[in-house]
Ligand binder design. Structure first.
Ligand SMILES: [Zn+2]
Ligand SMILES: [Zn+2]
Length: 94
């Protein structure tokens, strides 16, 4: 698992529920163009299979998706800037 994330330094636990089982890498901004930017800027978090692609996981749960994006945006702005965030991802989640 790649660990160049600006959102978290803890890759031993699921970002949402804290479990250590079945962890996968989630690109906070997914979709063809966004995934590349997520990779480039370290907008990634570890999620367990359940919180990732499960029925209530981030890929099926809009609320959870927004929550993670919001946290990622805050971290992004600490490392880069709000202007850069808007340029890259085009939407304010805060
Ligand atoms: Zn989890
Ligand atoms: Zn994902």
């Amino acid at each position: 698992m790649k660990r160049n994330s600006i959102v978290t330094t803890d890759w031993e636990h699921c970002f949402i529920c804290g479990t250590t089982q079945n962890l996968q890498e989630h690109h906070v901004f997914f979709g063809t163009a966004n995934r590349k930017q997520s990779e480039k800027h370290g907008m990634k978090v570890p999620l367990c299979m359940n919180c990732h692609t499960g029925p209530n996981g981030v890929h099926h749960n809009k609320e959870l998706d927004i929550r993670i994006k919001q946290l990622a945006q805050i971290e992004f702005e600490k490392n880069f800037s709000f202007e850069e965030f808007m340029k890259l991802f085009g939407k304010n989640y805060r």
